[in-house]
Design a protein around this ligand. Structure first.
Ligand code: UDP
Length: 359
């Protein structure tokens, strides 16, 4: 069986790493990796391939820094060329980026089976490019691997057939990654020496709705500046966000790091006291590493953690953020509820692909 895996952005390298490792255990499967180039900096791409032992991409499409339409269009064209040459049984796509949609659409038009890892997630905000990408990718997929029961429920409400082979709930590949790499975490070399373990807040900011709206970005940064007065805040910052902060002279008092590798990120998650993030992945990783999380968005796809009380949906309002910060610091939370599977999601994904075979 031949699988073409399409990746292009940081979270996809992390998700694909665990599935590629599971594929390597099967001699009967050949994996061909296509890197679209959406994320290309060494610290947004290469470091993950090195640290997580992901096979070198067979194809580097080098498509980056374009508008959404141009980027998706060029990816579609280039991925089609790869698929015509490789003739795979499956195209495996992850999450909700332009690379996900381009991979799914190119395959679907050639009548090649698409499997979508992280299917069924919904923010119900159609202005998000991620929401557009994931809804369309779900529609084009032959198997929709749901990370959670709530993801499957979303699909059933949209009229998808309730078939365990079509919408399997396999858990979350990011939980597999967190479990596997937890023992290998590494202290970031650039973490300032005065930061005490267990006594800092870890933040990330990159969601377009926060970075492209300067009022939202200012409010978020001011909130982190305020928290930083009582407890140091450490933010490995996405290059796009850094550029916007610099261009607009937005004052930052907290510690900014360059984007870190996954092993360093796991270290920060293990040793922080609390997480403040608009990242899809990081809000779950907070839970994996027993940390409360303030989700700086107006909605989230990971609703079970809000209902559970470990995560708090706070948007970017300063009062809301500071109130939730004080509350979350003192709340007693049970982090053992297995919302995201058992850490063997990647093996389950391979079993489903093999079972379905080349039909
Ligand atoms: N991450 C990382 N280094 C960083 C920031 C994030 O390794 O400096 C990891 C993080 O632990 C998570 C993934 O990148 O596994 C999340 O990616 P991102 O926030 O870019 O995307 P999203 O999850 O929102 O799609």
């Amino acid at each position: 069986m031949k699988i073409v895996t399409v990746v292009g952005a940081r979270p996809q390298f992390i998700k694909a790493a665990v599935v590629s490792r599971a594929i390597k255990l099967h001699d009967e499967i050949v994996e061909v990796i296509v890197h679209t180039g959406q994320h290309f900096d060494a610290n947004m791409s290469d470091v993950f391939f090195e640290q997580m032992d992901i096979p070198r991409p067979d194809y580097q499409l080098e498509i980056a820094s374009l508008s959404h339409g141009a980027m998706t269009g060029r990816m579609l064209e280039k991925i089609e060329e790869v698929l015509l040459k490789e003739q795979p049984d499956w195209v495996l796509v992850y999450g909700d980026t332009n690379s996900t949609l381009a991979g799914a659409l190119a395959a679907s038009k050639l009548h090649i089976n698409v499997a979508h890892v992280e299917a069924g997630l919904r923010s119900f905000n159609m202005r998000m490019p991620e929401e557009q990408n994931r809804i369309l990718t779900d529609k084009l997929s032959k198997i929709l691997f749901c990370p959670t029961m709530s993801a499957k429920q979303n699909l059933l409400k949209e009229g998808y057939a309730d078939d365990a082979n079509y919408l399997p709930v396999v858990g979350d590949v990011m939980f597999d990654a967190a479990k596997f790499y937890a023992q290998r975490s590494q202290k970031p070399a650039e973490l300032p020496a005065n930061i005490q373990l267990g006594e800092f807040v870890l933040g990330t900011i990159h969601r377009a709705e926060n970075t492209n709206d300067l009022n939202r970005l200012r409010s978020l940064v001011e909130s982190l500046n305020d928290i930083n007065k009582s407890e140091p805040v450490v933010v490995p910052l996405h290059p796009r966000t850094k550029a916007i902060l610099d261009t607009n002279d937005i004052p930052v008092d907290f510690t900014i790091l360059e984007p870190v590798g996954y092993l360093e990120m796991v270290y920060l998650l293990q040793h922080c006291s609390l997480v403040v993030s608009d990242s899809g992945g990081v809000q779950k990783e907070a839970y994996f590493f027993d940390k409360p999380c303030l989700v700086t968005r107006d909605e989230t796809e990971w609703v079970e953690l809000i209902e559970h009380g470990s995560n708090h949906l706070v948007g970017v309002d300063k009062t809301k953020i500071l109130t939730a910060y004080a509350k979350a610091k003192s709340a007693a939370i049970d982090y053992s509820v297995p919302f995201y599977g058992n850490g063997h999601c990647a093996e389950d994904i391979i079993s489903y692909l093999l079972k379905d075979g080349c039909n």
